[in-house]
Design a protein around this ligand. Structure first.
Ligand SMILES: [Zn+2]
Length: 461
């Protein structure tokens, strides 16, 4: 958690004692209640949002605590703002804990040198000032950690965040159906991607927003897919290996053999930590058929949630079992199809266990029937033609998609007419999230309408 988030969280539990505020009002309610009342009744410009207050000029805060109160036993430091009647209260032990100086946090490892519980409750302060650069400087006396005077400086952006409009969870995700993805045409060049410059950033932004991109002109080497994976995060090694082949060759003994249709699914849902990103590099594709299919599970889930709310319960409660059992590799995991809050979906019928979890009672059977009806609806939201992006990959192309969001499948193909060879690799969830976070400021920004609005707009059934 960032320091800002930690600071904000701590604000949630700070409740001032009853007493006189610097502006002469009695504080008898919790802080947040007070601010809500104040802002609603008195100042229309200052809006209370959770633990934040939204002011016109976040930089206009001042230290309100008097020098006497600083040296007193008070456990608070008050920051005032002309647009607010009540101060923002910082809890001293919590503020001391947040110090990021080299004495408190090892600069090379980034690790804290003391635990939060080591910070005492009694923390005399000899000085609290707003510096010229807008930061807050606190001078602690008889410091528990340094056994002397300790000066902490809290950066401007951390402090102003308490008075600022919170970045209102911008909608970074864009739901898509076939039409949306076709018009986006998310194709990028391999060399440009590996360069890590503008095209790479734009591709990564699309992978974040839409969960699917395609690269062209990827060299026809087995190892390229691994090199690509490391541009996106850390390769996730599974029992398939670091990278693996999906390979079909003509079979002279059975020329009529046709590799069958593979329905839309996600990979490795039977694992506790299924891969986040999947890469499929096409090295050969001369067979007839074998078109790749993709469908946005987040869209389908969000559409079901918004358009058919009575079906949400069964899909968000009833678990589905997935497994893999071959040789020494035994995996099993139960998951619900939908996440009630996020609309995220898990769907992988080919890997279901034969015995699905079911209560053998009249109620259990009713639930199962309701679940099945809802699951059938969900399937139609995934599979209807207008929702599926279909593309026959060419040699030297690589599909890169979010396995926890986008489902993939392929049409049947005829191995008597040629060869089909894909090389795949996975990237782990944490490492992909970390990569996006590290790139955050560099990624081109796009804000999309709220997800419910998008889902309803794309709903055609
Ligand atoms: Zn420090």
């Amino acid at each position: 958690m960032s320091t800002a988030a930690t600071l904000r969280r701590a604000l949630a539990v700070v409740r001032p004692r009853c007493g006189r505020s610097p502006r002469g009002r009695f504080l008898t309610r919790s802080y947040s209640e007070g601010v809500r009342r104040t802002t609603k009744a008195v100042r229309k410009t200052a809006i209370h949002r959770g633990f934040w207050v939204e002011t016109e000029s976040p930089s206009s805060w001042t230290v309100e605590s008097s020098s006497e109160s600083l040296l007193s036993e008070s456990e608070l430091i008050s920051l005032g703002h002309p647009e607010l009647r009540q101060p923002v209260l910082l809890h001293r032990p919590w503020l001391r804990d947040a110090c990021q100086c080299d004495v408190c946090v090892d600069p090379s490892s980034g690790q804290k040198r003391f635990a939060t519980v080591d910070v005492p409750g009694d923390l005399p302060v000899s000085n609290a000032v707003r510096c010229e650069d807008g930061s807050l400087e606190i001078t602690w006396e008889n410091d528990f950690h340094t056994h002397g005077t300790h000066v902490s400086r809290y950066p401007r952006q951390e402090i102003e965040a308490y008075f600022s409009k919170r970045e209102n969870d911008p909608q970074k995700r864009r739901l898509w159906d076939r039409e949306v993805l076709e018009s986006l045409n998310p194709f990028y060049g391999y060399t440009e991607f590996m360069d890590g410059k503008a095209d790479y950033l734009s591709a990564m932004a699309t992978l974040r927003s839409h969960g699917a991109i395609f690269l062209r002109n990827v060299p026809l080497s087995k190892h390229c897919v691994e090199l690509l994976a490391f541009k996106i995060g850390i390769l996730q090694h599974t029992f398939y290996g670091k990278s693996w082949d999906v390979w079909s060759k003509p079979d002279a003994e059975n020329v009529a053999y046709t590799s069958s249709y593979l329905g839309l699914h996600q990979d490795l849902l039977y694992m506790g930590d299924p891969p986040r990103i999947q890469l499929l590099h096409c090295l050969k594709n001369t067979c007839q058929g074998g078109e790749s299919l993709f469908s946005d599970g987040l869209r389908a889930g969000s559409q079901l949630k918004s358009g058919f709310p009575h079906m949400l319960g069964p899909l968000a409660k009833q678990r589905v079992g997935y497994h893999y059992q071959k040789g020494e590799h035994h995996y099993h995991r139960d998951r619900t199809i939908l996440n009630e809050y996020s609309g995220a979906a898990y769907w992988s019928p080919p890997f279901q266990t034969p015995w699905q979890p079911l209560k053998k009672t009249p109620k259990g059977i009713e639930h199962y029937k309701a679940w099945k009806e809802a699951a059938r609806k969900f399937k139609s939201l995934l599979e209807q033609e207008e929702y599926v992006y279909e593309y026959k990959m060419k040699e030297g192309e690589c599909a890169i998609f979010d396995n926890l969001r986008v489902l993939h499948g392929r049409r049947q193909f005829d191995t008597s007419t040629g060869e089909r060879w894909l090389r795949g690799a996975y990237v782990g969830n944490d490492s992909f999230k970390g990569k996006l976070h590290s790139l955050n400021n560099a990624l081109p920004r796009a804000q999309y309408p709220h997800i419910v609005e998008q889902a309803m707009g794309l709903l055609r059934t």
